[in-house]
Design a protein around this ligand. Structure first.
Ligand code: WQD
Length: 340
């Protein structure tokens, strides 16, 4: 298929480009590099032996998106482009609503004007809010709620696309709800490269391990979980990338708008992830236990059975692989894609 990947230079987008190339797809990346690096696409080319066509621009730039969709006949869009930092969304709500929601509305309108209605959307387990433990593992029909403006944008966009598909049966939309993506391509050439101090656990761990940060703080060990630390469904970014390729293979045969969890189905605690990472690097991490982080759920993990039934996909890389691959990336690229 000829695929347009918005945000294709980002963490999940770049790994998806590698997996899509491996499956024989053609790729055009549309990215404004607001939260990614052109170097990531160089690494895609080194790994895949093929370079995606690149068009630089904003999803909200109607003229640019119109020209892009007129420039060649795409078979599907994988839409990653969007701001995704929870904390930042609280301090910059308008920017999140404008970029994520207004930008996606422009993309959806230009897609339908171009007669293109196969959409794979980067959604998130954040739409489950703070899940009730009785609903774990989470199925796609679990209650939805937004905890912050970022989560609100994902929830609104899901609702918008559900309504558009209900009004126009020509739409084929898959809403892929990612749980906790971590890890890196096994080559060590690509990985997660957050701007500033990482909010998420794994990039924070890898930056402590490589010496960019002094110490990891575990946000609370008094939760109602076996070891007192929070439980999450970590998924290797390469498994997640392969999940998008599985979605590409099926989207044309799935009319309507369907939510699909992309998770492992296994709950791993913060302490367990840290232990696995320390095993990967062969030494203890400088760490301490601090207070709980406001808004954190004690536990959240997926029931991934719909992904297997609908897409024929499930994860195949375990926690140790996530930690080994994350470390290989960070140790080979101590400053991420920025030059040393
Ligand atoms: C995981 C666990 C923390 C950092 C977030 C977003 C969600 C999605 C995935 C986009 C929690 C603990 C963390 C640290 C810690 N992103 N932790 N010390 O919060 O589950 O989900 O990323 O869609 O929208 O909310 O992931 O990695 O931030 O935290 O102890 O320095 O690690 O308390 O229990 P989270 P996370």
């Amino acid at each position: 298929m000829n695929v347009l990947v918005t945000g294709g230079a980002g963490y999940i987008g770049s790994h998806t480009c590698v997996a899509a190339f491996a499956a024989g797809h053609e790729i055009t990346v549309y990215d404004n590099f607001s939260n990614s690096s052109p170097e990531a696409l160089e690494r895609v080319a080194r790994i895949a032996g093929k370079r995606p066509r690149l068009v630089e621009g904003d999803i909200g730039d109607r003229a640019a998106v119109h020209a892009l969709l007129a420039s060649e006949k795409f078979d599907a869009v994988i839409h990653f482009a969007g701001f995704k930092a929870v904390g930042e969304s609280v301090s910059k709500p308008w920017e999140y609503y404008n970029n994520n929601v207004s930008g996606t509305l422009v993309l959806l309108d230009e897609m339908r004007r171009a007669g293109l209605r196969n959409m794979i959307f980067s959604s998130s387990a954040t739409v489950y809010g703070n899940p009730d433990p009785k609903n774990l593992p989470l199925r796609e029909d679990a209650p939805l709620s937004a905890l912050n403006p970022y989560g609100q944008t994902k929830l609104w966009l899901e609702e918008i696309m559900r309504a558009m598909a209900a009004a126009d049966p020509a739409w084929h939309i898959l809403l892929l709800r990612y749980f906790n993506p971590v890890g890196a391509h096994e080559s060590g050439l690509m990985g997660e490269d957050p701007a500033g101090i990482p909010n998420n656990l794994m990039p924070y761990i890898t930056q402590v391990a490589v010496g960019r940060l002094p110490m990891l703080t575990i946000f609370g060990d008094d939760y109602p979980t076996p070891d007192g630390t929070c439980i999450r469904d970590y998924i290797h970014v390469c498994d997640l990338a392969e999940g998008h390729v599985a979605a590409l293979d099926k989207v044309a045969s799935l009319p309507g708008c369907t939510a699909v969890n992309l998770g492992s189905g296994n709950g791993i605690s913060v302490a367990q992830l840290v232990a696995s990472f320390e095993k990967a690097i062969g030494r203890p991490l400088p760490r301490k236990v601090g207070p709980r982080r406001p808004g954190d759920a004690a536990a959240c993990w997926a029931d991934p059975s719909r992904a297997l039934e609908l897409l024929g996909w499930k994860t195949r890389r375990d926690c140790d692989a996530m930690c080994r691959d994350a470390w290989r990336w960070q140790s080979m690229n101590p400053n991420g894609y920025r030059k040393a």
